[in-house]
Design a protein around this ligand. Structure first.
Ligand code: AMP
Ligand code: MG
Length: 398
């Protein structure tokens, strides 16, 4: 049977369909960073929850200091955290600290710098208008209103706000568990001795980092040699323990294609995506475990993650935006591209610049060029030559 062929868009949809929305779990705030809020968060309290002082100083009635300089008796001392504040009698002041509740009857705070700082009596040197240095209840948030709506990505400010309105945990789609398995008898774990003919294994590190960056939990199974039985037994042992398995290597046209040999006819279909690098792909389910198989060349694996798994993981996590931002720029050098395939070249594009500079050639082994780039230059299927200065589409990676 001829291999099925997909456009990038079509294959993105196939991979996304393999990863349904993750279940919602109420998760302590400390575990929510970068995740997506699944339901509106309604504030249990107002912010500020009570009228309080914005300054260290003295709570007064503005009318009592209108004739400043004046001297007032200090009838009370209110540090932040006092819960039993007494009313302010006319003609008196209460010493008050930032964040402390304003005593009933006070309508202004004189900052300490405009006084002599007295504790028995205080000399106030300047008049202040009513309302000065007050933070009023509900100024920021009114209790009962939605402060964070469903779909919000929870970054530091959003998590701080959730805590400020009293939420200890939030409903979020839980992190996807991603098994990462590299294949290749030539691969050696970094840190070990390398023999001639061997290379250090890098795809699992790169893919796992990408998974963690979007909020997933990666478990690296590292790698298995090009041995069908060993590969199958590693996969079978892990079915049911993860949301998706991603493999690299062993899917091209050569001999010893372990992933292809092990999974063909076992739930995974090997297909062709009209993209370069990253054309040979596979997807399916093995014993219920969703599987995507990436080619082994480091840039192919990286691009496969970027184009197919990253948006699928973001979608399963509930992100509304799963695509990277894009720009158009002028190619700083001419490029060629194969007919009938979208080519992604690595490039550098700095905001404010009209140019995008290709970094390295099209070779899918050029990992250092990828690491030196900050964008992908997208050359459409029907374009085979890009002239220097021509306008190109750019996918911004950072
Ligand atoms: P394959 O897709 O298995 O034919 O591999 C294509 C090329 O990528 C070969 O040169 C492999 O040595 C290399 N390669 C495959 N897997 C990895 C990996 N996990 N880390 C680094 N290079 C790899
Ligand atoms: Mg291989």
């Amino acid at each position: 049977m001829a291999k099925r062929t997909y456009s990038v868009r079509e294959y993105q949809a196939e991979v996304a369909a393999l990863l349904p929305a993750l279940p919602v779990e109420v998760t302590p705030l400390a575990g929510c960073r970068g995740l997506v809020l699944a339901e509106d968060l309604v504030a249990a309290v107002s912010l500020p929850p009570f009228d309080n002082s914005a300054m260290d100083g003295y709570a007064v009635r503005a009318a009592d200091v209108a004739g400043a300089p004046v001297v007032l008796p200090v009838a009370d001392d209110i540090p932040a955290g006092r819960t039993d504040v007494r009313p302010l009698e006319p003609g008196t002041a209460h010493r008050i600290m930032t964040g402390a509740p304003l005593p009933p009857g006070a309508d202004a705070v004189v900052q300490v710098e405009l006084t002599d700082g007295g504790t028995g009596v205080v000399a106030v040197s300047s008049a202040v208008p009513a309302g000065r240095h007050l933070r009023l209840v509900g100024e920021d948030v009114v209790a009962g209103t939605v402060v964070l709506s469903a779909g919000t990505v929870l970054g530091p400010p959003q998590l701080g706000l959730a805590a400020a309105v009293g939420a200890a945990a939030l409903p979020v789609r839980r992190r996807p568990r991603v098994l990462v398995l590299s294949t290749g008898s030539e691969l050696v774990e970094p840190g070990r001795e390398l023999e001639f003919g061997q290379i250090y294994e890098s795809n699992s590190v790169l893919i796992a980092a990408g998974v963690e960056e979007v909020g997933g939990v990666a478990e690296v199974l590292r790698f298995v040699p090009d041995d069908v039985e060993e590969f199958r037994s590693v996969v079978a042992a892990r079915a049911g323990s993860a949301d998706v398995l991603v493999t690299s290597g062993g899917v091209s046209a050569g001999a010893y294609e372990v992933v292809k040999d092990a999974l063909t006819g076992h739930g995974v279909e090997f297909v062709r995506v009209l993209v370069q690098p990253g054309g040979p792909q596979g997807l399916g389910r093995v014993d219920g475990l969703p599987v995507v198989t990436f080619p082994g060349n480091p840039v192919s694996a990286a691009l496969s993650f970027e184009l197919f798994l990253r948006p699928a993981l973001l979608g399963a996590l509930g992100h509304r935006t799963v695509d990277r931002p894009r720009a158009t720029a002028r190619a700083a050098a001419a490029m060629t591209s194969p007919a009938g395939r979208v080519q992604y070249r690595r490039g550098r594009h700095d905001s404010g610049s009209v140019a995008v500079v290709p970094v390295g050639g099209p070779g899918s082994h050029l990992l250092a060029s990828f690491a030196a780039s900050n964008c992908l230059i997208e050359i459409p299927e029907d374009v085979t030559e890009v002239a220097e200065g021509a306008e190109v589409d750019v996918v911004l990676l950072d």
